[in-house]
Ligand binder design. Structure first.
Ligand code: MLT
Length: 341
């Protein structure tokens, strides 16, 4: 494994399998009462988010905390960045504080690479401009492998605003690397001119592709990144490229519907479609924590993943205490009391 995760190009197919297999060991930790292992005790992970984020920031924070790392959440509001501090000076400050890993999200493509020049720890790209979002792609691979049982030969379509989507880039590179067949679908104005060089197919007609798919991956229309009018109206976009119930009927049985979030219900995906059982959007979020635990562990940790997952301190496990009949609720005689309660 490389020291940093800046792009899917930093990880080989073998590394990807290792990351997903390691995530398998950590998935179980999230189902325990005490969701914590001591694998990264004493290590410091900084979340440096220059752009808004809900799920990615919380997911990284939970992943680091479940590995027992010390976590510092840094956001631009309320920090010296709002007083004009540069990325370099912020990075040097974090370096001086001994960060072992820095997770960065930034609106400028290439910021994570720049950061590697100023900090000694590992840098993980949590989304940089329209460039890449490699941890999203890895959690998507994990979810596809978990649900379909393989990655090789899987037929996937990535639908929508590919031009502005770092998710579409990372996911296309990752799926092609693992031997999947990828079709990008969207209006011609939102498909990058370089897309054919990614090893993918391109289509402008969603309905002709749907019957072949194992995975239909919908993208948000990234209006905050669009600097011109790429389609006549949102209504027309939804009519031509939105995933409606009628279009879901054209998918083979068992095909997955995926979305990286945040969703614009009623634009790229109908609200009732987002709530269907084959829409695995919440599973993607859950799997994201295990995959980010795996990455932090492989970049910073030591020992085998199985050892790390098995190594929960007994002091942290809840004790089973049986209350006397009179004190216990009638429906439940056993309660769990945490050792440090
Ligand atoms: C991203 O940060 O790129 C998101 O996960 C996807 C989006 O914003 O649409």
């Amino acid at each position: 494994m490389n020291k940093h995760l800046l792009s899917i190009h930093d990880v080989s197919a073998e590394d990807i399998i290792r990351i997903l297999d390691t995530a398998d060991s950590f998935r179980e930790v999230g189902t325990r009462v005490i969701k914590k292992v001591p694998a990264l005790r004493g290590r410091t992970v900084v979340n440096l988010f220059y752009e808004n984020s809900t799920r990615t920031r919380i997911s990284f924070e939970l992943a680091a905390k479940r590995l027992s790392a010390d976590v510092i959440n840094f956001s631009t509001s309320g920090s010296s960045v709002s007083k004009g501090e540069s990325l370099k000076d912020t990075a040097l400050t974090l370096q001086a504080m001994g960060a072992d890993a820095v997770v960065i999200r930034h609106s400028s493509s290439g910021s994570p690479l720049q950061l590697t020049k100023w900090v000694r720890g590992s840098v993980l790209n949590a989304g940089d401009g329209t460039h890449e979002h490699p941890t999203q792609a890895l959690l998507d691979l994990y979810t596809i492998r978990e649900k379909i049982g393989r990655l090789e030969g899987v037929n996937a379509a990535i639908v929508g605003d590919v031009l502005h989507s770092r998710v579409a880039r990372s996911l296309s590179f990752a799926l092609v690397k693992m031997g999947a067949n990828v079709t990008l679908i969207g209006p011609p104005t939102l498909i990058p001119a370089t897309a054919p060089q990614w090893g993918v197919q391109v289509s402008y007609d969603i309905e002709s592709v749907l019957p072949e798919l194992d995975v239909c991956y919908m993208l948000r229309v990234q209006r905050e990144r669009q600097r011109q009018q790429y389609f006549p109206s949102v209504r027309e976009y939804s009519r031509l490229f939105g995933l409606t119930s009628e279009r879901v009927g054209m998918l083979p049985e068992g095909a997955l519907i995926m979305h990286p979030g945040p969703m614009n219900r009623g634009v790229e995906i109908d609200s009732d479609v987002a709530d269907l059982p084959q829409a695995v959007i919440e599973e993607q979020v859950t799997n994201g924590i295990a995959v980010r635990m795996s990455l932090l562990y492989l970049l910073l940790g030591s020992g085998t993943p199985a050892e790390a997952a098995a190594e929960s301190t007994t002091a942290e496990q809840p004790e089973q205490v049986t209350l006397p009949e009179s004190a216990a609720p009638t429906s439940e005689r056993k309660v769990e009391v945490s050792a440090d309660a």
